[in-house]
Design a protein around this ligand. Structure first.
Ligand SMILES: [Zn+2]
Length: 71
């Protein structure tokens, strides 16, 4: 396998794509897993990539995490 093949496998092109709607639906779960010390990226693939690329969802994620951490 060449480096290019490896990179293509890591990046997709058929990687899981999470829409804002799906991201919003899964955000509770994602934060729960995070706070539980679990591996949310393994359970909910695509979420991290979406959060990194989507400022709106990233903001939601941060406020949800703050709320969850306080409660
Ligand atoms: Zn989004």
């Amino acid at each position: 396998m060449t480096d290019h093949d490896l990179l293509a496998r890591l990046l997709g092109p058929e990687g899981p794509e999470v829409s804002c709607d799906a991201c919003f639906e899964l955000l509770d779960q994602y934060v729960d897993l995070e706070l539980a010390g679990d591996d949310p990226d393994a359970r909910l693939p695509g979420m991290r990539a979406h959060l990194e690329g989507c400022p709106a969802c990233r903001e939601d994620h941060e406020s949800l995490r703050e709320i969850a951490a306080q409660g």
